[in-house]
Design a protein around this ligand. Sequence first.
Ligand SMILES: [Zn+2]
Ligand SMILES: [Zn+2]
Length: 374
Amino acid sequence: MRAVVYHGANDLRLETLPVPLIGRHELLVRVSVCGVCPTDIKKIHYGTVSPPRVFGHETAGTIVRAGSGVQGFKVGDRVALHHHVPCLKCHACRHRAFAQCLHYKRTGITAGFEPAGGGYAEFVRVLPLVLPGVVKIPPRNSFLEGAMLEPVNTVLKAVERLSPLRGDTVLVAGQGPIGLMFTRLLTLRKVKVIATDLLESRLQTAAAFGARSVVRVGHPQKPTAATKGRVPVSKTRVRGEASLATVVDQLTSGRGLDGAVIAVPSKEAMREAQLLVRGGGKVLLFSHTKRGDLAELDLAAICVDEKDLIGSYSADFLLQREVARLVFSRQIDVRRLITHQFPLEQTAAAIGLASKPTPDSLKVVVNQQLDCTV
Ligand SMILES: [Zn+2]
Ligand SMILES: [Zn+2]
């Protein structure tokens, strides 16, 4: 079979690998669609893990072989896969910190080599430990929609951690594919979303996804000696348009934001959000995944003003059904987020585009059925 093999930093090669053999409690899935995810992009760009591996973990396809011990699935089922599943028994799982569970940290899907997702290959082997993460795709839904279950799950998990009340006002900073998912899922909960981005095109999609207000922000300014510690909120606005602070004031009658999601790896956005959140509100970091990334913070804002600073990473297994319902009913219509599709042999180009988005690009996927209707 054809597979895109990682051989080190920025070294991806289309190669021929044997179709994986499966065990009694395993599945073989022919991959149709695999989303390009920033976490894989980072590993490929910086070469942070040892080669060789086949990446790609937002995978949807068709079961072509099922071990005799597998129950509930058969050859021909169209499925979406989750490459991590928690044990639900350990100390971390009892605290619902699934992403910290050792069982969860093991990747359970492979196209060969050390399991790394394998979605950038024609076939993947699904190991027993992630069988509970296999979800059937209803006949009316596409593989493209199936491949979006995992990223939508990570966003719903974060929304749960933010736990906004109906009628609350929440800022979503950054309207890439993830930010737009936040905008939509929060809107479905009757939360008033203020969406910000540098790009007008993304703000239009945010408005279509239900954002109550959109604000285009300028390029964040580097802090100078004079502004250090004080965030130049007004300087981040685009001339002639209402500033974010003004919009927050108007929508909350001067009370401040109930919460903020930082879906862009910007410290300025985080500091600004911390200022705009009311006492007792929450700031949730979703994109600050780089280790050693330090920031100065007013700690009294957390201690005295009780502005919680929280994070969220990866998916929540217990939300799988709810995510499938939201995606497959199209209450969140993920088809609008997929702007670019590449065939398997152009996986490197797909990753290149996803890592340097253009004004018209959102979610990028590798689609092995490009000439069929999916
Ligand atoms: Zn992902
Ligand atoms: Zn566990």
